[in-house]
Design a protein around this ligand. Structure first.
Ligand SMILES: *Cc1c(COP(=O)(O)O)cnc(C)c1O
Length: 425
């Protein structure tokens, strides 16, 4: 029974609401015993959890540092300014807005800032690895703007820059999105910039996935080429669950106004504080080492699956990876990705089933897997462990009958035991 007196303000969750607390414990236990290969996930450090679960959540602070619609924001102003200054320093950006509630909100806000409803926009096709918010018909971007989409080439599955140029010339977009959710190679931001200059379009690089790699200097930097960059703080950047926008000085006012009051109400001060500590962590050598280990892990796993293609009948799209994730094409094996994912889940592995570009199957199923190294690298795993995981994945893909599942599950638990998730909980 929840006590109905003042003590609700001081009781720990486990005591106040054991029903909810047990569910949360269940999720923690799941995270501890799961080999997490979900490319968009990470392990938020304790300091991020503390900031994001803090008393800052109580404060209303509509507006920006020094110009709020609420009084008594002196501490929130300093916290938000700290987050802004750290984001600008980390990414060498002219201006940063740290208020978007998520990566999707950040994209919504840049569209709002730089386009009018009905304007043509050009984005990376959702069916070819782009994000839904770049113009897919089911989203605000697809409904309120006039989208066209480019994709990857059939022959090598690399983004088709000739198509980008041809579509830009034919469609005359006001804004071009570059950036992906399901892709594993570097993108030529300079070429995107040239194309945008040819047709007078804004270039927005959505680095939701690779912002951590950029911060570590281990990925081409889009900031010098883009008019604006959108990002998430919780994917490779590894921290607070939230979004941010970087932009050139000339666009700062429009971007800020599009976020607030354009799209959102009060910012989330607890999230902004958690972003501030995330940016501080991301500026350290330790973070750079972790991102290097993430990249090494991704490529070691991809190599193991390339080497095992004979027995798994699954191929690695583009033959490898430059980033924290890679894509596996299951079509040659004749297996449906959701069924394979269910098998992996039963072994204690999480990943994503995705529909790959040029998947011509009529049924709505998926033909590919997306495998990422970020959460496990955050947990401390290195190339030697990722090589073992590559072998485990290959063994699991080969083991169609499930005859080896007991053995595979034991190997996974043994591996994870050496890398406990959090010491403090
Ligand atoms: C994940 C992602 C987003 C959206 O981020 P959310 O925080 O989940 O809203 C936007 N763009 C790309 C490319 C992404 O991968």
């Amino acid at each position: 029974m929840i006590p109905d007196d003042q003590s609700v303000y001081d009781r720990p969750l486990a005591e106040l609401d054991p029903e909810l607390s047990e569910l949360m414990d269940g999720e923690l236990a799941r995270q501890r015993t799961t080999l997490d290969l979900v490319a968009s996930e990470s392990v938020p450090p304790r300091a991020v959890l503390e900031a994001q679960g803090s008393i800052l959540t109580a404060k209303y602070a509509d507006g920006f540092p020094g110009r709020r619609e609420y009084d008594t924001c002196e501490w929130i102003d300093e916290i938000e300014q700290l987050a802004i200054d750290r984001a600008k320093a980390l990414f060498h950006a002219d201006h940063a807005n740290v208020q978007p509630y998520s990566g999707s909100n950040a994209n919504l806000a840049v569209l709002h800032a730089l386009c009018d409803p009905g304007d043509p926009i050009l984005g990376w096709d959702f069916a070819h690895g782009g994000h839904a918010t770049h113009g897919w018909s089911e989203t605000f971007a697809g409904r309120f703007y006039k989208p066209a989409a480019y994709g990857v080439r059939r022959e090598d599955r690399l983004v088709d820059m000739e198509q980008v140029e041809a579509l830009a010339k034919a469609h005359r977009p006001k804004l071009v999105f570059a950036g992906w959710s399901c892709y594993s190679r570097w993108v030529d931001f300079r070429r995107f910039r040239e194309i945008c200059d040819e047709v007078g379009a804004y270039l927005v690089v959505d680095m939701a996935h690779f912002s951590g790699l950029v911060a570590a200097g281990l990925h081409p930097d889009p900031v010098p080429y883009a008019d604006a960059c959108t990002l998430t703080v919780h994917k490779t950047l590894g921290g607070a669950r939230g979004g941010a926008i970087l932009c050139r000085t000339e666009l700062a006012e429009r971007v800020d106004a599009a976020v607030f009051p354009g799209e959102q109400g009060c910012p989330l001060p607890h999230v902004i504080a958690a972003q501030a500590v995330t940016f501080a962590i991301a500026a350290t050598d330790g973070f750079r080492e972790r991102m290097a280990r993430t990249l090494a892990g991704s490529s070691v796993m991809a190599d193991a699956l390339v080497a095992a293609a004979g027995r798994t009948q699954a191929t690695v799209v583009t033959g490898g990876t430059d980033v924290h994730q890679f894509l596996v094409d299951l079509a040659p094996s004749g297996r449906e990705a959701n069924a394979v994912l269910a098998q992996l889940n039963s072994l204690g592995i999480s990943a994503n089933a995705i529909r790959l570009a040029f998947d011509e199957a009529e049924e709505p199923g998926a033909s590919g897997l997306r495998i990422g190294a970020n959460p496990l690298a955050a947990r401390g795993l290195g190339p030697a462990e990722f090589a073992v995981i590559g072998e485990l994945l290959a063994d699991a893909l080969e083991d169609r009958s499930g005859a080896r599942s007991g053995e595979l599950r034991r190997r996974i638990l043994a591996l994870l035991e050496g890398f406990p998730l959090y010491q403090f909980i």
